[in-house]
Design a protein around this ligand. Structure first.
Ligand SMILES: *Cc1c(COP(=O)(O)O)cnc(C)c1O
Length: 431
């Protein structure tokens, strides 16, 4: 399998190179040259397969032998070593809970898969690879955890001092070993600027093998297809496939779902559930994609004004607007509707949503109110405990920290405090 750049100016590359380089030199996103066809048996008898077997069969065509099968199976098993249950909430609405990973983020799957692939690919080099990331909170934790203890890889994470939540800070700073936390005395933009300067520094790049764990990396994007297969495995009414609503920000997750559908997974329809950062809703009406400045909302992981993966969705549909519109709709949910949904679903159905899940739930409910014969599921992308204030305010109950995370709250924070100056970062990386 080769991957071409969506900007079509750079040469095609294999999975290894796409994983190591992240973005194409022409600043496009890598996209597979063919969409593999899943064997009918896997779809028709999906309950008989273990999650690891399903995941292996889904991802293997994309790797095309660059990782040996037994190693790939091991990577897949480690990637999905936690439950991903489908939970029924109402007669026609279920949720796929994606928050049972080690950092309670759905991004755990992509981060764990990518880190292990990268570890495998750079394993033979005598130069260690350094993954450099700036985080405003969530992604950093998933990346840190995903790369923890991966041989041949050092991770350096920059985060803004005092501007991440206590749980998030613990997730970044207590692992140790190959994970190094830099506590920057500035804001997220400072962290991001310092990382960008490092990637642009040719002297540094001569002396260090630097890479990013960017969310557009194919090795983070493609394994998200697993969720959709696991959802279908647990879906009771196989003759009436689900409508799937996905809380969307950069559109990587929903795009992986659409790709899974294109390779043969039955899905009736996709809904991009958005907060007021909804340029895709506008696109579906006007056929024009107009990036905007993002505005802050309660579902802050979806505060994206220019969703980077949307171009991959256009690519899947080969820029055929009518086909795309047939398969994908979009729904915009305000913060007020989000909190009302958290309250209502808790009171009526005894289920605690986080703000992102609430957007997904309401978008799906609105669709099913019109399409009475359909049933659906939405992706619950974050654990409610990550948004304790909003959740407590509208359910009257403080969400409890899962046992798996309680341990780190007592672990000791280890970070290197740094002024927001590139020179300090460069010195740190070189010495
Ligand atoms: C990243 C994230 C999203 C958005 O996912 P995309 O793939 O960027 O669309 C939604 N919810 C949560 C909790 C997230 O962390």
């Amino acid at each position: 399998m080769k991957y071409y750049s969506t900007n079509k100016q750079s040469a095609s590359v294999d999975f290894k190179e796409a994983t190591i380089s992240g973005q194409a030199p022409d600043k496009g996103l890598y996209f597979p040259e063919q969409v593999p066809v899943i064997e009918k048996d896997l779809i028709n008898n999906i309950e008989k397969y273990s999650n690891a077997e399903i995941a292996f069969r889904v991802i293997q065509p994309y790797i095309s032998g660059l990782i040996p099968d037994d190693k790939l199976m091991q990577i897949v098993k480690e990637t999905i070593s936690f439950p991903i249950p489908l939970v029924q909430i109402t007669d026609n609405i279920s949720t796929l809970e994606l928050f049972h990973g080690p950092t309670l983020a759905f991004k755990d799957v992509g981060a764990r898969f990518m880190s292990r692939c990268l570890g495998y690919f750079v394993g033979g080099h005598n130069k260690k690879v350094t993954v450099l990331v700036a985080t405003s909170g969530d992604t950093g934790g998933a990346v840190a955890n995903g790369f923890y203890n991966v041989d041949g890889v050092d991770v350096v994470i920059l985060y803004p001092s005092g501007k991440v939540s206590p749980v998030q800070e613990k997730q970044l700073t207590t692992l140790g070993k190959n994970i190094h936390a830099l506590e920057i005395e500035g804001n997220f933009d400072d962290c991001q600027r310092m990382v960008k300067e490092a990637f642009a520094d040719s002297e540094l790049k001569k002396r260090k093998f630097l890479t990013s764990a960017n969310s557009i990396n194919v090795a983070r994007w493609l394994p998200q297809q697993f969720y959709y297969f696991f959802a279908y495995k647990q879906w009771a009414d196989k003759d009436n496939p689900p409508v799937i609503s996905v809380p969307s920000g950069n559109f990587g997750n929903i795009c992986a779902g659409i790709l899974a559908n294109r390779s043969g997974l039955p899905v009736k329809h996709f809904i991009a559930a958005c907060n007021v950062n909804d340029i895709v809703s506008d696109y579906l009406q006007t056929q024009q994609l107009k990036p905007r400045q993002a505005v802050a909302t309660l579902s802050n992981a979806m505060d994206v004004g220019n969703p980077s993966n949307f171009v991959r969705i256009l690519e899947i549909f080969q820029h055929q607007f009518p086909e795309l519109k047939e398969m994908l709709s979009s729904c915009t949910i305000t913060d007020e509707e989000t909190v009302n949904t958290i309250r209502e679903v808790y009171n009526k159905h005894d289920y605690t949503l986080d703000p992102h899940g609430a957007v997904g739930y309401l978008a799906l409910k609105r669709y099913l109110d019109i399409h009475k014969n359909d049933k659906g599921l939405f992706m619950e992308t974050a654990h409610p405990v990550k948004f304790p204030d909003a959740v407590e305010q509208y359910t009257g109950k403080k969400p409890e920290l899962p046992v798996s995370v309680q341990g780190i709250m007592n672990s000791k924070k280890i970070s290197t405090v740094m002024k927001p100056q590139y020179g300090s970062l460069k010195d740190y990386l070189l010495y």
